[in-house]
Ligand binder design. Structure first.
Ligand SMILES: [Fe+2]
Length: 257
């Protein structure tokens, strides 16, 4: 977290698989003194079918917590969030999420997102954050949301998210959809995943699941990965995956946009 205070982003987005249900990690997120927004992942449910572990995290995060929600940051940015704790694969609501939210159907999930989207501020950019990405972006194991751990490869994206995206795109531009869940290193030595693309409507899709997010060089110096996004005014101008040193210097940068 110390690196963030050196590289000074305007906001920090977490797209899930952070805590494994460990509340101490969530409490650390609360110590970040930069505006922070969090959508939890399937690995944050805490395997507690009562939903209590998940609820505890939601209570700790308070305003930072994003799920089926719209936040307007500083009159500069719309941040729309999708279904929490998704494990991809179309539509699946885990026991823990059901315990907290009730038995929400796929259509209800779409409706909840669309309801939030009604309050989007027209002249500001729109970022849509989710744990798993949307379906419809390819069925190969190396596709941005492609299933890689077992044959046959298929599209492992979220259908409710894809439907919500296409409905919102009929009304306005979505600048960026950002998610994680599907790791960059493919299983079974299949190489690397495609981590970025732009659709015909001009929406950028960024998979930020560089795993592991930490590495050490021969000298034992630590490098940490962040996805970096810049807007100039209301225009998206830069997206990259960056490795930072502990001193906040960029060691490596893969420019995606
Ligand atoms: Fe995940």
């Amino acid at each position: 977290m110390g690196i963030l205070s050196l590289i000074k982003p305007d906001i920090v987005l977490f797209v899930g698989d952070i805590s494994d249900g460990n509340i101490r990690i969530i409490k650390k997120i609360n110590l970040i003194n930069i505006p922070t927004f969090v959508i939890l992942g399937n690995h944050d449910r805490g395997k507690d079918s009562s939903g209590e572990t998940l609820l505890k995290q939601i209570r700790v995060l308070q305003e930072k917590y994003c799920a089926w929600d719209l936040k307007i940051f500083n009159n500069q940015l719309n941040i729309l969030s999708a279904r929490p704790c998704s494990s991809g694969g179309g539509y699946f609501l885990s026991t823990e999420v059901k315990a907290v939210y009730g038995p929400i159907s796929e259509q209800e999930s779409v409706n909840k997102i669309l309801k939030c989207s009604e309050k989007i501020v027209k002249d500001l950019p729109l970022i849509f954050m989710s744990h798993a990405g949307p379906s419809g972006l390819g069925s190969d194991s190396s596709s941005i949301c492609g299933k890689d751990w077992k044959e046959p490869a298929c599209d492992w994206g979220d259908r409710d998210l894809a439907v919500a995206i296409s409905k919102i795109q009929k009304k306005r531009k979505i600048d960026l959809v950002i998610f994680g869940h599907m790791h960059n290193h493919l299983k079974r030595n299949k190489g690397f995943r495609k981590m970025f693309e732009i659709d015909k409507k001009g929406t950028a899709y960024l998979n930020s699941a560089i795993v592991p997010r930490y590495k050490k060089n021969e000298k034992g110096e630590l490098a940490v990965n962040f996805s970096w996004v810049e807007f100039r005014g209301t225009k998206l101008t830069h997206i990259s995956h960056r490795w930072y040193s502990e001193l906040g210097e960029i060691l490596e940068e893969e420019i995606l946009f």
